[in-house]
Design a binder for this molecule. Structure first.
Ligand code: BG6
Length: 491
């Protein structure tokens, strides 16, 4: 992670497979426009969208003008037009017999630019990753300066993730492979490393002597309308925990790396994943909770979400909420539970890491103390230290929990960039620190797989919870059993 603004990247050809899809239109193109506007794209850098759509460059530019312009700040029309001029479209269908024509057209566009950085961004389903890489190599498009970016989900279990890694690894070296987890591009996530390793005061208390437990939450208000095809086979564990939540856990729990460099940080992260105590067999019931939202008020249940294929047996069994009590078996964290929780259709949208410190050893005041550090990813990125303070007054001493807050939006005048902007900048600069290495992804699946297996074998369905509520009763019992409660229940 750099502490300086990223320099203007080398000239690159950024080839986006799935370039007219939802991710491209909602996240990638706006992020690239912001980079262009801030002067972080070299003048000749091009964005080449690949899709089955049969669009010309002009059609694609028209589409982006119509669909993206409204979502980004266009204060200077010439900058927007410069951005549109960078865009190209080539029709490529990796599953079709006639794919060769598309690859030839792409080869023609890239020819003569072999000295540029060439980035293949696969914003497409994981089953296309292997075929895409193979066909790109057969078309002679993979140069020594090429990189490939893989979007999640990277497989649906360890075996499928290994197969994808093998297929992509047959064409690209590990140093050329950038596996995206967009949570790593969020400001607070990077700030977590700065907070921990650029300040001396936290390190002595960042361990089981001082910390009671950690809560990592990613709560969403949205449901899954129109997403059943994907979500029935993903569920909250694969969709959010295997990647986003485990990444937050590794950054919270990792040892201080010796250097601020790509391998040193990733080495420490992978050690945390390897130290996770496996949860398998009968333990799964005790340490994990699954829930599925049911209709409440005007909000439909998961099985009734509109715009989806009709529900199947898979739909009934899929979890839209999960909570897990994880443990890290090492010297620093022995005995400190890490509670992970994520869900759709919760009452609030909030992603945060809550580090709950132990209570004072001997209290001379009545009542407990909040003693917690909250790192908020969204909304309102910031850091809060909840402490006990005395309420002003001359009478009896009255204590009140109050937060010491650092709200990034209010403290810094800089625009807070979207996660994808940061990550694309790093891809173009060739910096993989914030991307997942093969061993990290596989270590995460190794821990997730036994939970998935036990859930699959269990006769019970996920516990229902009404849409708009904070998950099923089991989630509260998971903490309640040891006299703890989720952060917001104590607010
Ligand atoms: C994605 C998941 O990776 O992250 C979605 O597939 C989820 O289901 C999204 O809604 C959440 O991202 P964010 O940045 O809105 O927290």
């Amino acid at each position: 992670m750099s502490t300086h603004p990223a320099p203007v990247a080398h000239t690159a050809d950024l080839v986006v497979f799935g370039g007219t899809g939802d991710l491209s239109m909602r996240k990638l193109l706006p992020a690239l426009y912001h980079s262009d506007r801030d002067g972080r794209l070299s003048p000749e850098t091009r964005v080449i969208a690949l899709s089955r759509g049969g669009l010309t460059d002009a059609d694609f530019r028209g589409k982006v003008d119509a669909e993206v312009r409204g979502s980004v700040p266009v204060d200077d029309l010439s900058v927007w037009e410069r951005f549109l001029d960078r865009l190209h479209h080539v029709t490529v269908d990796v599953s079709a017999d006639g794919a060769a024509d598309g690859w030839r057209a792409l080869a023609g566009l890239l020819a003569g630019h072999e000295e540029r950085d060439r980035v293949f961004y696969l914003a497409s389903p994981p089953r296309t990753f292997g075929p895409f890489c193979r066909q790109a190599a057969e078309a002679g498009l993979v140069t020594p300066r090429s990189r490939v970016v893989l979007e999640k989900p990277l497989g649906h279990d360890l075996v499928s993730a290994q197969a994808i890694n093998d297929e992509v690894g047959a064409i690209f070296d590990e140093r050329q492979i950038f596996r995206i987890d967009h949570y790593l591009g969020k400001e607070t996530v990077q700030n977590l490393l700065v907070l921990r390793f650029a300040n001396a005061f936290l390190e002595p208390i960042w361990n089981s002597l001082w910390i009671d437990h950690v809560q990592i939450t990613a709560a969403e208000t949205v449901g899954t309308p129109g997403r059943r095809g994907y979500y029935d086979h993903a569920g909250a564990l694969r969709d959010m925990v295997q990647n986003h939540l485990l990444q937050l856990l590794t950054l919270t729990a990792m040892e201080p790396p010796a250097r601020n460099d790509r391998e040193a940080i990733r080495d420490e992260k992978v050690k945390v994943l390897q130290a996770l105590r496996p949860i398998a067999g009968t333990e799964v019931d005790r340490f994990t909770v699954r829930g599925q939202y049911v209709g409440a008020g005007d909000m439909p249940g998961y099985l009734d979400e509109p715009g989806s294929t009709p529900p199947t047996e898979d739909s009934r069994r899929v979890e839209t909420f999960t909570a897990i009590r994880a443990e890290i078996r090492n010297w620093r964290w022995a005995g400190v539970p890490f509670y992970l929780r994520t869900g759709k259709r919760m009452p609030y949208r909030r992603s945060e890491i809550v580090v709950q410190f132990k209570d004072v050893p001997h209290s001379i005041f009545p009542g407990g103390s909040p003693n917690r550090l909250v790192l908020r990813l969204q909304p309102e990125e910031g850091i809060e230290l909840h402490i006990m303070a005395k309420e002003p007054g001359a009478g009896e001493v009255t204590l009140k929990p109050v937060p010491l807050s650092l709200n990034f939006g209010k403290t810094f005048t800089n625009r807070v960039p979207e996660a994808y902007e940061r990550l694309l900048t790093d891809v173009l600069a060739g910096n993989p620190t914030l991307f997942m290495r093969r061993d990290e992804v596989e270590a995460a699946w190794r821990w997730i797989d036994p939970i998935l297996d036990a859930w699959k074998a269990a006769p019970a369905l996920p516990e229902p919870y009404p849409a708009g509520t904070a998950g099923p009763a089991g989630a509260h019992e998971l903490l309640g059993r040891s006299g703890r409660a989720w952060h917001e229940e104590e607010l």
